[in-house]
Design a protein around this ligand. Sequence first.
Ligand code: BDR
Ligand code: CA
Length: 312
Amino acid sequence: MHTLIIDTDPGADDVIALLFALAAPESLSIQALTTVAGNVPLAKTSRNARLACEWAGRPEVPVYAGAERPLQRTPIYAANIHGHEGLTGVVVHEPAVPLAEGGAVDYLVRTLRAAPENSVTLAMLGPQTNLALALEQAPDITRGIRELVLMAGAHFNGGNITPVAEFNVFADPHAAEAVLKSGVPITMLPLDVTHKILTSDARIARLRGLGNRAGAIVADILDAYAPQEMKHYGMPGGPVHDATVTAYLLRPDLFQGRRIHVEIDSREGMGFGQTVADWHGSLKRPANVNWIIDGDAQGFFDLLTEHIARLP
Ligand code: BDR
Ligand code: CA
């Protein structure tokens, strides 16, 4: 059982990750969602996070809005991939439940301070600005954290926003640096693994065939999202990046990785936003990340489909 906070920038794959997690109350005790600017500006990521709660039939889960911009760099978005509303393939509306009062950074500080030692897992699906701000304000909050599970980074696969950088890190490398330096246990699911867990027509058809609203939403999102990724990378299917974080939380046995030393390049230049992953231990520096490189793709889609089936 994880006591969980999900920090997110929905985002097509974020919404799928959220629906998946919200469908697993027996394993994931979700305290709140915290939102950050990323794929689209904050107002839209915050609306989409609330939409995910509505679609999952979980309107009681509070959503706190967080950082409107990265720590230092100029803001960037990914509307070219996720659409101007931050969601491909589905029509959005203003959800019935408003945002929770107070900001995400204050919520993180307050909650992690009050939590028992090593008790809260944070799933991080967007740029890591909120946690970096919380750590700056209150470095002692690391005490309450059990583990961070991040969709972030790229090494063997190469990047998706520059030749070497993955979007979430590129969108706020200074935040990623602060998070990596915090010393808390970190698992990263980089493009190295997310580009191995790909949609197929049959996998999407199974989700649609569930016959519920959530299955149709996930299938519609993927039908619109996958082809552009397939075309760009020449892959046989599309990735569902952030949803691998939910799957890892529920079934870590579906994944393989290695504990390695990782640093972020935050200098201006071609390497900006790169996760420098010392896979072979050349630097002889202590491991700070459990870096996932492989996963059971069919196991992932079976788990996703079983969970989406439980929703309205
Ligand atoms: C990551 O970037 C975002 O566009 C996706 O939501 C995912 O979190 C993939 O690089
Ligand atoms: Ca995301």
